[in-house]
Design a protein around this ligand. Structure first.
Ligand SMILES: Nc1ncnc2c1ncn2[C@@H]1O[C@H](COP(=O)(O)OP(=O)(O)OP(=O)(O)O)[C@@H](O)[C@H]1O
Ligand SMILES: [Mg+2]
Length: 231
């Protein structure tokens, strides 16, 4: 099944939208647009009747997420008050307790509400977590095993999961996070003579074709939208 990204021009690049269920990694450096692309997708989907959740994993408090997003055209108070879009913040108190605490928070507060679309912003924070029961840092493949079992919980419930990653475009194809995602969108920002240039590239999409190459996009008060090449 395909679910619209709700980013103007992106569904065409994805040959019909995101595959659901699947895990989509939105990768990029600071300020590349990761959070905005995810929130625009959630606000628009919940406005059309989908139950959605955004989980900030050390990406700011609930109030901060709301106050920064309020400036953008897709923001809609109604979906927050109706509960169609839930915004959660997992802070250092839970993260410091390790894998089980994070898993328990997500199960009790997000999965049990039966959402169709969920964002975890930023997944790469998991690199610093440890084991709750053994009170030690993760060893060997434990991080990968934990992440895969977390992603599996979403997939088994038919949820479209979008995760953001602080990953540089140069290292995206060799990042261990990339092997765990079904789809990867890499966002890039560059300062050019003409001003700020932003590009989105689909690195892979399991089970689908896509339009390759660097696709220009803009962020303005309306939100994010793709530009037609040459505009
Ligand atoms: N109203 C606006 N008009 C133009 N650009 C905007 C507007 N609002 C936000 N932006 C741009 O969006 C950028 C932030 O995007 P976003 O928060 O999605 O990035 P990010 O990749 O999540 O960054 P981080 O890694 O810091 O979390 C800002 O740096 C700014 O350039
Ligand atoms: Mg962000």
């Amino acid at each position: 099944m395909r679910n619209s990204s709700f980013i103007k021009g992106l569904d065409d690049i994805l040959c019909g939208g995101f595959i659901s269920p699947s895990t989509v990694l939105i990768a990029g450096t600071a300020g590349s647009g990761k959070t905005n692309i995810c929130l625009q997708s959630l606000f628009n989907a919940s406005g059309r009747g989908e139950k959605c959740a955004y989980i900030s994993l050390l990406s700011g408090s609930r109030n901060k997420v709301i106050s920064t997003t309020r400036q953008l055209g897709f923001f809609d108070d109604q979906v927050l008050t109706s509960g169609m879009l839930a915004i959660h913040s997992i802070g250092t108190d839970i993260i410091a307790k390790g894998d089980f605490s994070i898993f328990e928070y997500i199960t009790d507060n997000v999965l049990d509400t039966s959402p169709t679309r969920v964002v975890i912003d930023t997944i790469t924070i998991l690199e610093s977590i440890g084991s709750t029961f053994e009170e030690r840092e993760f060893r060997g493949c434990e991080l990968r095993a934990f992440t895969q079992s977390l992603f599996m919980e979403f997939e088994e419930r038919g949820i479209l999961l979008m995760v953001t990653g602080e990953i540089n475009p140069e290292s995206i194809t060799v990042s261990h996070w990339s092997y765990m995602a079904d789809t990867i969108l890499s966002l890039e920002r560059k300062t050019a003579d003409s001003g700020l240039e932003r590009h989105l590239e689909v690195i892979k999409m399991r089970g689908s074709d896509f339009i390759p190459g660097k696709h220009p996009f803009v962020i303005d008060p309306e939100g994010i939208y793709m530009l037609k090449k040459g505009t």
